[in-house]
Write a protein that binds this ligand. Structure first.
Ligand SMILES: O=C(O)CCC(=O)C(=O)O
Ligand SMILES: [Fe+2]
Length: 313
């Protein structure tokens, strides 16, 4: 039996070997909804610095971290503690705490659904060390979407003006040691992401599993430096399920492994809040008729889902 795993592709081939790269990337997403991306040029030093700042923040006492909780805006910026977010339709909250960094915008650009960032003063270098990772992943996400635009029969730059002020979120995550023994709760319950695409830094730490088309979970194991990129619900909807949003989860490690923290940093790339998600004509065929005749704005879609996962009451 062969152990199946998600494909990993070198994105520098988007310049040197475009047609084949686009075809292979599209095939990977059609089959798994997930691909590993290497050759992206994101500096390991930049990632290491962001991780240092993130670890320093999560090591602070809970009451200090809690000062940065903004439950009134669904934790859209700043800190969200343990016991808040749960996977849709799951009664047990996930075993995780996280911080949300949004796009840095001028006050007049803060349209509906967008909020100013907050930064933890206890970690003075947090913004300088973490925001560059936001920018690097935003840029890499744009490149992945350019390749996907070609795969979908659109112009290479189709997505550019639909994501330039997207409500994209960088989410440093901390899964604390699990000390209570047997628990029905998991680090992250089975879910699909809401946004266009997610770019995940930190997948070399075990725990992430992806549901295959055969209904089996397979671990995502990558070599250091790989950025795992998956399709979210908004892109699935835009593409009439041609690109599938795939269920995934983070399992509790067996044995003593559970006594260690796990860190990861997903970047949820969102379309602009006013973008209308309306099925792409190039994704409708006789065999795949339009599954979503009604369009919805990306901000309304997001709000619906944040209520379902417990972040907005
Ligand atoms: O921590 C991970 O590896 C994945 C996290 C995740 O799936 C999410 O936050 O949506
Ligand atoms: Fe996820």
């Amino acid at each position: 039996m062969t152990i199946r795993t998600i494909p990993t592709l070198d994105i520098s081939r988007f310049n040197s070997d475009k047609a084949n790269f686009v075809a292979e990337l599209g095939k990977g997403y059609r089959e798994f909804g997930f691909c590993g991306i290497v050759g992206h040029g994101i500096d390991t030093e930049l990632v290491a610095k962001a991780y240092d700042a993130i670890r320093t923040f999560f090591a602070l006492p809970t009451d200090v971290k809690q000062q940065y909780s903004a439950a009134n805006i669904g934790g859209a910026r700043g800190y969200t503690g343990m016991g808040v977010e749960k996977a849709k339709d799951n009664p047990h909250p996930d075993l995780k705490e996280f911080w949300h960094v949004g796009r840095e915008l001028a006050p007049e650009q803060l349209v509906e659904g967008l909020f100013p960032n907050v930064w933890p003063t206890e970690v003075p270098q947090f913004k300088a060390d973490v925001y560059p990772l936001y920018q690097a992943l935003d840029d890499l996400g744009r490149q992945v979407l350019s390749a996907l635009a070609l795969f979908l029969g659109q112009d290479e730059h189709y997505f550019d003006d639909k994501i330039d002020h997207g409500n994209s979120i960088l989410r440093p995550l901390h899964y604390p040691p699990i000390l209570q023994g047997e628990t029905p709760a998991v680090r992250a319950g089975a879910h699909e992401d809401i946004n266009f695409i997610t770019l995940l830094v930190g997948s070399e730490e075990a725990g992430l599993e992806v549901l295959t088309r055969d209904g089996e979970y397979i671990p995502v194991t990558t070599i250091p430096g790989t950025i795992v990129v998956n399709i979210g619900d908004m892109l699935q909807r835009l593409t009439n399920n041609v690109l599938p949003s795939t269920t995934h989860r983070v399992v509790n490690p067996p044995g003593d492994g559970a006594k260690h923290s796990r860190f990861s940093v997903p970047f949820f790339l969102h379309p602009n809040p006013e973008f209308m998600i309306e099925t792409l004509a190039t994704c409708v065929t006789e065999d795949n008729p339009n599954r979503y005749p009604e369009s919805i704005s990306s901000n309304d879609y997001l709000t619906e889902r944040l209520i379902e996962i417990g972040l907005i009451k």
